[in-house]
Design a protein around this ligand. Structure first.
Ligand SMILES: Cc1ncc(COP(=O)(O)O)c(C=O)c1O
Length: 365
């Protein structure tokens, strides 16, 4: 091809994600419905029945509301935050990209706390930003020392810090008072706090309560509300920050199905409370069972956790051949670990049995 791409594009690698890879399943002769997916950190009980019901009434021949007012008002009531402080996105993923597009220029320093969700790095690198990682070690159970981060903030004066709280893939949690103190100390830095998994963290507080102008909170409705297929997320922050994201946003990015599903999901507080409570209990049981067969899940505050298996790629392959998908964490820089998201008890039992059956993969670790 004679067309030259922007040089930044050549530096940027694709990000590996969990979830079913349909081409891979086809090669293995597996039907997608036959695979139990532990690689995605969603709610295994699925969306509220109210979502299914509401979806049947969506006028799909009409453009959706560009401003998603009904949904933003519903979120405003749910969060007790003004509607002007809320922007919705086509998954929280879209919001990560809008942040990069609105705020980053070539050479801007960006701080990323590794190992973490790969799209922060990709979005920042596409804008030509300079990535500065702070990497947590397995010896410290993947917990980062806040002092180390503070020093990095002072040294680098980053334009943006991406903080995933609780973190994917480790399930570690940073105290919100600590984040707020950093935000106060560095008013020219935008702290993007991705709370995609906060609902799975058993009531851990949100940084939203700290109300800092240079903190932008991202939330996903695809995980706990199980709306991955329709794609829905939202950002909560200072209206000036949101106005800039709005400027770079494609119109109608949040489709009509997603808007209606989001409103319906928010009304069913009983479904979300009971399903997440079941998941939390199932996680405790799964962790006990894994320990019972000699495996040691890394402590996490979420329903997903890391598990050291020796050769993660081989372990994933062996499990997939048995119709079970886990996340190989090689792309996070952790080739000896898989990430497992708790599912329903009977499904977790199948994972356990398959891990025991394939234990030659991880016996060496
Ligand atoms: C930490 C984190 N943030 C954001 C996302 C994107 O979520 P969404 O489906 O809302 O775009 C993911 C998806 O895996 C994630 O792990």
């Amino acid at each position: 091809m004679r067309l030259e791409p922007r040089p930044e594009l050549l530096q940027v690698a694709d990000v590996v994600h969990g979830a079913l890879d349909f081409a891979e399943l086809e090669q293995l002769g597996l039907a997608p419905e036959a695979v139990l997916d532990f690689s995605v950190n969603g709610n295994p009980y699925g969306p509220s029945p109210r979502v299914w019901e509401a979806l049947t009434r969506v006028p799909v021949d009409r453009y959706p509301d560009r401003e998603a007012l009904t949904l933003r008002r519903a979120l405003s009531r749910y969060l007790d935050v003004e509607t002007e402080r809320i922007l919705v996105g086509n998954g929280s993923m879209e919001l990560v990209w809008l942040v990069a597009l609105a705020f980053l220029r070539g050479g801007d320093p960006v701080l990323i706390l590794d190992p973490t969700f790969g799209e922060y790095r990709r979005a920042a690198m596409l804008m030509g930003a300079q990535i500065h990682p702070c990497t947590a070690s397995s010896h410290a159970a993947f917990c980062l020392d806040p002092e180390v981060i503070l020093i990095a903030l002072q040294r680098l004066a980053p334009r943006i810090v991406f903080l995933c709280n609780p973190n994917n893939p480790t399930g570690t949690y940073l105290q919100v008072e600590t984040i707020a103190a950093w935000a106060t100390a560095r008013p020219a830095t935008l702290f993007v706090v991705d709370e995609a998994y906060l609902t799975f963290a058993g009531g851990a507080p949100s940084v939203l309560q700290e109300q800092s102008d240079n903190v932008l909170v991202l939330r996903s409705m695809t995980k706990a509300y199980a709306l991955a297929g329709v794609r829905l997320g939202y950002a909560v922050g200072h209206p000036d920050v949101l106005n800039l994201l709005h400027k770079v946003r494609p119109p109608w990015s949040v489709n009509a199905l997603a808007q209606v599903a989001g409103v319906a999901a928010l009304t069913d507080t009983a479904h979300i409370a009971s399903s997440l409570s079941h998941v939390a209990q199932a996680k405790q049981q799964l962790v006990r069972d894994l320990r019972g067969v000699g495996l040691e899940p890394v402590p996490s505050c979420t329903h997903f956790f890391l598990l050291q298996v020796g050769d993660a790629m081989a372990c994933r392959r062996a499990l997939l051949q048995r119709g079970i998908l886990v996340r190989d964490c090689t792309s996070f820089g952790l080739p000896a670990y898989i990430r497992v998201a708790t599912r329903r008890p009977e499904e977790n039992a199948r994972l356990l049995a398959a891990l025991v059956e394939t234990r030659s993969w991880y016996d060496s670790c």
